[in-house]
Design a protein around this ligand. Sequence first.
Ligand SMILES: [Zn+2]
Length: 184
Amino acid sequence: MASPPPVPATPAPASQRKQGPGDSIGLYVVQCYGCHKWRAVPTKDEFETIRENLTNDPWFCNKRPDCSCEDPADIEYDSSRIWVIDRPNIPKPPPKTERLAIIRRDLTGVDICYVLPNGKRAKSVGDVQKFLDANPEYKDSLSVENFSFTLPKVAEETVTGGFAWRRNKKAKKQGKINASSTKK
Ligand SMILES: [Zn+2]
């Protein structure tokens, strides 16, 4: 069976996870298509550039100066931090906007919102449309197609000590008596 295509992942150390509404991501990494090792991406901007074209322009270690597939991984995929698995091919946020990934408090998922040029937050395409209707001067630089509310995924196996998470899973299980319980 073919393994799923590697996509950039964005692990957030539990200790650095903010409770507030800021971005939850503490570190950006990308997986090499060749050796499958994880490499740190220094900035969010660079990460968003890689992510934007990942399918057409897969990432390899040699894209980074002084790095090859022979080098040890920058970071291992394990439960020392919570990993958020992102989707490929998300357009770069338009100028004067920022895309925030906010891990839910119960760690069951990640919410996406954009900070718009007026400081307000958009949680859906509808919010962006409303903003453009109210601020038509931005219609030249912003369009709804530049926004993607595709949700990344919390890698469940990297969540440790997430009591809320476990409680939630239990509740879900109780609600679904027919669900198979082959859980480790
Ligand atoms: Zn490599």
